[in-house]
Design a protein around this ligand. Structure first.
Ligand code: A2P
Length: 340
C-alpha cells in the first residue's frame, strides 16, 4: 500500500490519473492532491470521499512513496528534486527529464526492464511517441524497421484542460457567428488545423513559439529522440510531421514503416493482433477504420488500414489512433507505477 501524491491533480491528465487509480484499484494507503494556489482548498471526489486540494510546495512530499507529476516541465524541474529528497519515486509526465541519461524513459509494453535503473525519477514519454511505439515495437522485433515516418493529427488535450475548453467554446462561438478570444491556443482551432506549436526550447521565452533551425518543432523532434532512447537504438531512422487538429482528446497517426525483412500484409496484421495494448479495429466492407471517437476514453491503441506502400520496397502504411490523455499520458504512468 502506497502513499501517493498527484501533482497537477486538477488538470486533464491529473483527473484521468485519479480515475485510473480508482478503476484499477491501485494499492493506496493515502492520496494527496496538489495543484496551484488557485485550486488550493477545492474538494475533489475520489471513491466517494472528498479530498482537499493542497498547494504544491517543496515540503508537499513528506511521507509520500510515489509522485505522479503532470503540471508542466518547469514545475517538475523545480519540485521533483524535493520529492526525491523526501524519499518518493516520481513518475514524471512532463518532457523535462525525458532525455536525462539518469532517467529511464519507459513504455511498459516496450522497455519495462529500464524501470529498475531509476534513481528516483522515471519519465513518461511524449503522447505521440507512446501511441506510435505500441504498434511499432512488435513489428520492429518481428521484422526489423529501417525507417518510420509519422504524420500526426493531434488533439487539444495535449495542451491541457484549458485548451480543450477553448476548443469547445471557440467551436460554439464560431458556429453561432460570434468571435472568440483565445488565451492558450495560438491560432484559430475550431474548423482549422495548424502545424504543432510546441516550443523548440522549453526554457527560453524568446524561442517559445519558434521551430528549431532544422525546421522541426519540438514535438517532432521528441518523437525521434524518445524513440531512440526507448528502443535503445539510435540508428533507427525516424521522421515526423506533427499537426494539431480540432479533436478533443485522441490523437491519430499515419505511419509509414520500411521493414528490414520481407513481410506480407497478413503477417503484419498477425503481429498487430498479438501486440500488447494494441487492438486491430476495422470493417473495410463498411469503410470503417479507427477514428478519434472510437479511442476516446479507452485503453488500447486502435490500428487498421495496413497496406503496402506502392512507392518503395518493403514498406507499409498503418493508421493508428489512441487516447492522448489515457495511454498517451495517465495510463502509461499508472502502468509504470504498477510495475514499480
Ligand atoms: P490549477 O488547476 O490549480 O491551475 P493542464 O495540463 O490540464 O493544463 O493542467 C495543469 C495542472 O498543473 C493543473 O492541475 C494546474 O493546477 C497545475 N498547475 C499549474 N500551475 C501550477 C503551479 N504554479 N503550481 C502547482 N500546480 C500548478
Amino acid at each position: 500500500m502506497k502513499n501517493v501524491a498527484i501533482v497537477g491533480a486538477t488538470g486533464a491528465v491529473g483527473q484521468e490519473l485519479l480515475g485510473l487509480l480508482a478503476e484499477r484499484n491501485f494499492p493506496l494507503k493515502s492520496l494527496r492532491l496538489l495543484a496551484s494556489s488557485r485550486s488550493a482548498g477545492k474538494k475533489i471526489k475520489f471513491k466517494g470521499e472528498d479530498i482537499t486540494v493542497q498547494e504544491l510546495r517543496h515540503d508537499s512530499f513528506e511521507g509520500i512513496d510515489l509522485v505522479l507529476s503532470s503540471a508542466g516541465g518547469s514545475l517538475s524541474k523545480e519540485y521533483m528534486p524535493s520529492a526525491v529528497k523526501a524519499g518518493a519515486v516520481v513518475v514524471d509526465n512532463t518532457s523535462y527529464f525525458r532525455m536525462n541519461p539518469d532517467v529511464p524513459l519507459v513504455v511498459p509494453e516496450v522497455n519495462p526492464q529500464d524501470i529498475k535503473k531509476h534513481k528516483g525519477i522515471i519519465a513518461n514519454p511524449n503522447c505521440s511517441t507512446i501511441i506510435m511505439l505500441l504498434p511499432l515495437y512488435p513489428l520492429y522485433k518481428a521484422f526489423g524497421v529501417e525507417r518510420i515516418h509519422a504524420c500526426t493529427y493531434q488533439a487539444a488535450s495535449g495542451a491541457g484542460a484549458t485548451a480543450m475548453e477553448e476548443l469547445r467554446l471557440e467551436s460554439l462561438a464560431l458556429a453561432n457567428g460570434k468571435t472568440f478570444q483565445r488565451s492558450v491556443i495560438p491560432h484559430q482551432y475550431a474548423f482549422n488545423l495548424f502545424p504543432h506549436n510546441s516550443p523548440y526550447n522549453d526554457g527560453s521565452p524568446e524561442k517559445a513559439s519558434s521551430f528549431a533551425p532544422t525546421g522541426y518543432c519540438e514535438e517532432e523532434w521528441k518523437m525521434v529522440a524518445e524513440t531512440h532512447k526507448i528502443f535503445g537504438d539510435s540508428n533507427l531512422r525516424v521522421n515526423a510531421t506533427c499537426v494539431r487538429v480540432p479533436i478533443l482528446r485522441a490523437h491519430s497517426e499515419a505511419l509509414n514503416i520500411r521493414l528490414s525483412k520481407k513481410a506480407s500484409v497478413a503477417e503484419i496484421y498477425d503481429v498487430l493482433r498479438n501486440a500488447p495494448g494494441v487492438e486491430v479495429m476495422e470493417e473495410p466492407s463498411k469503410n470503417r477504420w479507427p477514428m478519434p471517437i472510437d479511442a476516446t476514453g479507452k485503453d488500447p491503441i486502435l490500428v487498421g488500414r495496413v497496406r503496402i506502400d506502392q512507392s518503395q520496397e518493403n514498406a507499409f502504411d498503418i493508421w493508428v489512433v489512441g487516447d492522448q490523455i489515457r495511454k498517451g499520458a495517465a495510463l502509461n504512468a499508472i502502468q509504470i507505477a504498477e510495475l514499480i
